[in-house]
Design a protein around this ligand. Structure first.
Ligand code: HEM
Ligand SMILES: *[C@@H]1O[C@H](CO)[C@@H](O)[C@H](O)[C@H]1NC(C)=O
Ligand SMILES: *[C@@H]1O[C@H](CO)[C@@H](O)[C@H](O)[C@H]1NC(C)=O
Ligand SMILES: *[C@@H]1O[C@H](CO)[C@@H](O)[C@H](O)[C@H]1NC(C)=O
Ligand SMILES: CC(=O)N[C@H]1CO[C@H](CO)[C@@H](O)[C@@H]1O
Length: 532
């Protein structure tokens, strides 16, 4: 027994040592467009980075080298097996870049999203119960509450005439912020009711603020000069503002739950996910989180959960406005629930077309565009199909050196023709309803046809929009329940159309990509809304 563990230990030691000295595979890849910037500025300037990644994959194979700043280069993974391997070893062998971490640190302190190794494991384990199905079932009612507030507000706007132009993106942001406030940590921002919120202000400035020249320089040069992360750029300042505005709300919650525990607030029971976390801590759970850590996690929920969900809801309304037959089909499925709202179980497993629409929105319009990491040690990445390296040799794996920048383009993987077929770029919910698939989801949802190579991707139902591996989105059950409850309520009560025939949708890039109608000054999404 001792012998076995000793040899296992030795093996691990040696393999880690070997990983430190691995020499990277020389890969093919696009030429250097500019010695100083590599291809980075092409990606920054492009409205459709996914297509650039797709073009390079076609030309250089499913793993290729991408020139970056100062004559250096990174690696792009498009091979499904390589991508799964990469996500699997997140936090162990791959870590975020310093500049990215500095933004999270400034806004959320030492939260889950920048923790690595054992610290990440411990925090994640402590938080997981708060995001379980049981916990999210308990807060589903609050998602409906927010959705009905929007319904009431729109109904009064539509009192005069049955149909009107409504800027829906702002409403989706409000519904998302209020939901995360109430369901996440029992704080009512009240923005649907028109209350002013500093937190909403700061979060919105992320979309309206253009990164200053200094901020762009720090992004480009940061990988080489990590010390630049301290430069007080306008972006870093925004993240700091976010921290200070959220701090007060977070502290208030911790205090309230504490008083409730001591019986000072009879009749008020906190059901929020973070409330659950604080309670379990007070009850002496083995997985301890300090008060500072809990505070950081609350701030993280806002950063991670607000814009992502609001963007997804906005895209859903755009896609439904652009295709009335899909909208009618969805409404048809929801009409079975006249009078009452679908339960959490029904939302999760009983409404196949709603599920298909939601999966398809996440696939085609992933709020997160890519995952970029630095290899903290060398790695050997397996491939599902051999590639040719720069010397013309056929390789069934790729060796990565410590310090290499590795990128997965979620945008490209989500809509690659190789993985999703010739209609990969189109919004077709029906692809999720193929009866031939052997269900890996259970319930009514039958899932993706085995003919799609995308089945080789794991992630959430073969899409990477929630990433994958140890850092896969912790809030996905929360996000899906909220997304579905809100969409369901709105589609049952209103019809959505494009404002006019000429209205075109484009992408406005803030930290994440949002839809906007071409020609609108702000990031606005005016749609024609009709009361049903
Ligand atoms: C459509 C909505 C959402 C999408 C597409 C999404 C996507 C993602 C992605 C791609 C990551 C990985 C980020 C990284 O590795 O840096 C992530 C992480 C995370 N998300 Fe989400 N998210 C969504 C909504 C939410 C919501 C509503 C919450 C919370 C209530 C949430 C909480 C988190 C947390 C805590 C992490 C960090 C996990 C970790 O580092 O271990 N997300 N999300
Ligand atoms: C859900 O709410 C019920 C009733 O308030 C409570 O007893 C239960 O512990 C909650 N469950 C979770 C996981 O929050
Ligand atoms: C966040 O804000 C609080 C209160 O203003 C401050 O004490 C704390 O140091 C800030 N955290 C970070 C990481 O800047
Ligand atoms: C709407 O979607 C359906 C089903 O995905 C598709 O067959 C149809 O061509 C689409 N219509 C338009 C106008 O895009
Ligand atoms: C966020 C994102 O990348 N969205 C794109 C997804 O794919 C569609 C179809 O090609 C594009 O129109 C979106 O801009």
């Amino acid at each position: 027994m001792v012998l076995v563990s000793a040899s296992v230990w030795l093996f691990l030691r040696v393999s880690r040592l070997t990983r430190r000295y691995l020499v990277g595979t020389r890969l093919r890849g696009p030429p250097r467009a500019n010695w100083f910037l590599g291809q980075g500025h092409m990606l920054l300037a492009s409205k459709d980075a996914g297509s650039l990644f797709e073009g390079w994959e076609k030309e250089y194979g499913s793993v290729y080298a991408l020139p970056t700043t100062f004559g250096m280069s990174g690696i792009v993974l498009c091979d499904p097996k390589a991508v799964s391997h990469f996500y699997q070893y997140e936090t162990a062998r791959y870590d975020k870049e310093e500049v990215a971490k500095s933004f999270f640190k400034a806004s959320t302190g030492d939260s889950l999203i920048i923790a690595v190794g054992d610290s990440h494991k411990r925090q994640r384990k402590a938080m997981t119960p708060a995001f379980s199905n049981a916990a999210i079932r308990n807060v589903t009612g609050t998602f409906y509450d927010s959705a009905y507030k929007v319904t009431d507000a729109w109904t009064s706007i539509l009192e005069e005439s049955d149909s009107s132009i409504i800027e829906v993106q702002g409403w989706m942001s409000r519904v998302s912020l209020d939901s995360i406030g109430i369901a996440g940590f029992s704080h009512d921002f009240g923005t649907i009711d028109g209350k002013h919120s500093d937190v909403a202000d700061v979060l919105d400035r992320f979309t309206s603020t253009k990164p200053s020249l200094a901020a762009i320089a720090v992004t480009i040069l940061g990988p080489i000069f990590p010390a630049l992360k301290h430069v007080p750029t306008n972006m870093l300042q925004l993240f700091k503002n976010l921290n200070s505005t959220v701090e007060a709300a977070a502290k208030e919650l911790i205090e309230r739950v504490r008083q409730e525990k001591m019986g000072l607030m009879p009749g008020r029971e906190d059901k929020s996910v973070i409330g659950l976390l604080i309670k379990s801590r007070a009850e002496g759970a083995e997985l301890y989180m300090s008060e500072d850590e809990v505070l950081s996690q609350i701030k993280l929920l806002l950063v991670a959960g607000y814009e992502t969900t609001s963007i997804s809801l906005s895209w859903a309304l755009v896609e439904l406005a652009q295709n009335q037959s899909i909208q009618d089909k969805l409404r048809g499925e929801l009409l079975h629930f006249s009078g009452n709202d679908p339960t959490y179980e029904q939302l999760t497993n009983g409404l196949p077309y709603l599920d298909a629409v939601v999966c398809e929105i996440l696939r085609v319009h992933s709020p997160a565009q890519e995952t970029t990491r630095i290899a903290t040690e060398g790695d050997i990445i397996p491939l599902s199909e051999p590639i040719t390296d720069a010397y013309g040799t056929l390789m069934d794996h790729v060796v990565i050196e410590k310090g290499t920048q590795v990128t997965v383009s979620i945008e490209h993987m989500n809509r690659s023709e190789k993985l999703w077929g010739p209609d990969a770029k189109r919004f077709v919910p029906e692809r999720w309803l193929n009866a031939n698939s052997n269900s890996d989801v259970g319930g009514v949802i039958v899932g993706l046809d085995p003919a799609y190579r995308a089945r080789e991707i794991q992630g959430y139902k073969h899409i990477l929009s929630f990433a994958d591996g140890p850092r896969m989105c912790l809030g996905r059950a929360f996000a899906l329940a909220e997304f579905k409850a809100v969409l369901c309520t709105l589609v049952r009560n209103f019809k959505f159309e494009m404002r006019d025939e000429k209205a075109e949708v484009e992408i406005a890039r803030g930290i994440l990509a949002r839809p906007r109608i071409v020609g609108e000054e702000k990031v606005d999404l005016p749609l024609r809304v009709t009361r049903l």
